[in-house]
Design a protein around this ligand. Structure first.
Ligand code: ADP
Length: 209
């Protein structure tokens, strides 16, 4: 986060004099309390300063990168999820390939009864099945998919960072977001490397400060 000169000055004043009231900070800068209000709000929201009622502002001692890390650690999977693209387990490899192209995704989730997770299909799964195979219309995807219980999943309130860790450890591109239901796991979302990259870019561009 880029701080303005005035915001830097405020931080210095609070560092040396905190806890200090907004009124006193304004006095030291020869400005009015009203002029300072937006800067104090930004510095407090961003976590550089903390405000205690009837005490004043004090410096939290946290650096910009510590504050970014703290925010990153709070991101939840559902805040960055995409819509899951699913196919039923008896559709053909051919149709799954068409779906992957039309929906512009790299991973399909295989379901039964509309939303119950039974497997995953990646680009390479479909390529592998296609090599030297003439009749892709006659092979159902459940023959070639990675199947339950070997599917890595996450739940909507999981931390984005934990999902990212799973992607790295399992060397995969995405995870289905699931909800536990009586019959098994219902697919409700999708989290991929792209979602995680977006979260990082947003964070770096201060949209969370
Ligand atoms: P690609 O095969 O296009 O490189 P991935 O790296 O995501 O894509 O997939 C590698 C293998 O892992 C594939 O066989 C795929 O079926 C499987 N896979 C993908 N996602 C998952 C997941 N969430 N859980 C278990 N296996 C998965």
């Amino acid at each position: 986060m880029e701080l303005s000169n005035r915001q830097e000055q405020i931080i210095e004043i609070v560092k040396e004099n905190g806890p200090i009231t907004g009124e006193s900070i304004a006095e030291k800068l020869s400005l009015t309390r009203a002029t300072l209000r937006p800067d104090l709000a930004i510095l407090t929201m961003a976590g550089f300063l903390d405000a205690r009622p009837r005490v004043g502002y004090f410096y939290t001692g946290k650096t910009g990168s510590e504050l970014l890390t703290e925010k990153l650690k709070k991101f939840k999977v559902h805040e960055y999820q995409s819509i899951p693209i699913v196919v039923e387990e008896d559709v053909s490899v051919y149709d799954a390939i068409i779906t992957m192209f039309l929906e512009d995704v790299g991973t399909l989730f295989v379901v039964k009864e509309g939303s119950l997770l039974v497997g995953v299909l990646s680009r390479k799964d479909l390529l592998r099945a296609s090599i030297g195979n003439q009749d892709l219309n006659s092979i159902p995807v459940h023959i070639i998919m990675t199947r339950m219980p070997n599917i890595s999943v996450c739940r909507k309130d999981d931390l984005l960072l934990d999902a990212a860790q799973q992607l790295i450890e399992k060397q995969i591109d995405g995870l289905p977001i699931v909800k536990d239901v009586e019959e098994g796991l219902e697919v409700t979302g999708r989290i991929t490397k792209t979602n995680i990259t977006k979260a990082l870019v947003e964070l770096a561009r201060d949209e969370h400060l």
